[in-house]
Design a protein around this ligand. Structure first.
Ligand SMILES: [Cu+2]
Length: 360
């Protein structure tokens, strides 16, 4: 208790007072109750301030809570604990869900899908004695809505981010508190920005598609998955410099076997249809995706249309990159898509995640 930390005005204030959050008096942890239970050495909790000019009538409101008990059963039968965001439901105001625990989290976290130009608010509810944020990766709001703890604040209580995507494409959102750990634990979800007219085109004036696949490819080091939220923030060595992945997954599905047929990942399509693959490199290590002999037209990267699309049967990507790829098979067949996850220095292939495109 009584630990002092910086406030936005530059003076010092005790941790006990300001955890209620920018959204109002949540009671939250009962003030002092939180105190240093929140992680003795955590260094970024600058006092939350409200985003100025929060739109009273946003086009879209997301409400997200926290779930740090999300069991994921792997193909080998082991269960690994994941963390993620819950969907507390739409509809702002009310400050309901005081528990902040309503709904159960998923891995990956529930997708956000909006249209270019919409004013969007993301309300984050963190009631437990800890901090999290939401960073809408690739969106460019002002810093108070950017959700990067290091340059603004981490959230305890309730906080509302406001953002307005100006370029259709593939993004993702993730927690930016103790980022190395929290992202690895699974605190991310897809963020799709459709053109103003809605789904069906990759971007305004861009290519159309008939169906889409969202492949967020990630590696998991299960030895990290018993750590506490603030692990490593006190200067101790908890091993976050050593990522030795033992699972390789596609959009929350084990890429060893399950992703080959999982309906949320594997694709079944007809000759002549146009598939939009939204490929997200959601891990830390370099990846190479191969489309099983199919040729893709790569039309956008990192939420921006490419000035000139290009054709490719494989792509290399590094952490947080996204590629939007149109695939239009000309004959029936079964194609095994493989994503190698490589050691970041040696390039050695540490594992491969697989899924399938079946063309009827
Ligand atoms: Cu977090």
């Amino acid at each position: 208790m009584g630990r002092r930390r910086r406030s936005s005005s530059g003076d010092s204030t005790s941790t006990d007072t300001s955890m209620g959050g920018g959204g109002g008096d949540m009671g939250g942890d009962g003030g002092g109750g939180g105190g240093m239970g929140m992680g003795a050495c955590y260094v970024y909790p600058i006092r939350q301030a409200e985003v100025p000019a929060l739109d009273p009538d946003p086009d879209v409101v997301y409400r997200r809570g926290i779930d740090m008990t999300i069991p994921m059963t792997m193909d080998d039968g082991r269960t690994v604990n994941m963390w993620g965001f819950t969907d507390l439901g739409a509809g702002g105001g009310g400050m309901g869900g005081m528990g902040g625990m309503g709904g159960s989290g998923t891995f990956p976290s529930p997708a956000m899908r909006v249209r270019q130009g919409q004013v969007v608010q993301t309300q984050l509810q963190v009631d437990m004695m800890m901090f999290h944020t939401i960073h809408h990766h690739g969106i460019e709001p002002e810093y108070r809505s950017d959700g990067v703890g290091h340059i603004s604040w981490d959230v305890n209580g309730m906080y509302t981010y406001q953002w307005r995507p100006m370029s259709a494409g593939t993004y993702f959102y993730h927690c930016h508190t103790n980022t190395v750990l929290h992202a690895e634990m699974g605190m991310y979800g897809a963020l799709i920005v459709d053109p103003p007219d809605g789904p069906g085109r990759a971007f305004e004036g861009g290519p159309s598609y008939d169906l889409e696949a969202i492949w967020a490819v990630d590696e998991i080091d299960s030895s990290w998955h018993g750590l506490s939220w603030e692990a490593g923030t006190c200067g101790g060595d908890v091993g976050l410099n050593e990522l030795n992945p033992d699972y390789f997954i596609i959009t929350g599905v084990d890429g060893a076997q399950s992703a080959l047929s999982h309906p949320g990942v594997a694709v079944s399509m007809n000759v002549g249809q146009r598939l939009l693959v939204r490929y997200i490199c959601a891990g830390y290590l370099p990846q190479q995706i191969r489309f099983g002999g199919l040729e893709a037209e790569v039309v956008a990267s990192d939420g921006r249309p490419l000035p000139r699309s290009f054709r490719a049967t494989q792509l290399d990507a590094v952490s947080a990159e996204r590629y939007d790829c149109i695939i239009r098979p000309t004959r029936s067949g079964v194609h095994t898509v493989e994503i190698d996850i490589k050691h970041w220095i040696t390039g050695e292939v540490l594992g491969t995640a697989r899924t399938r495109i079946t063309v009827n």
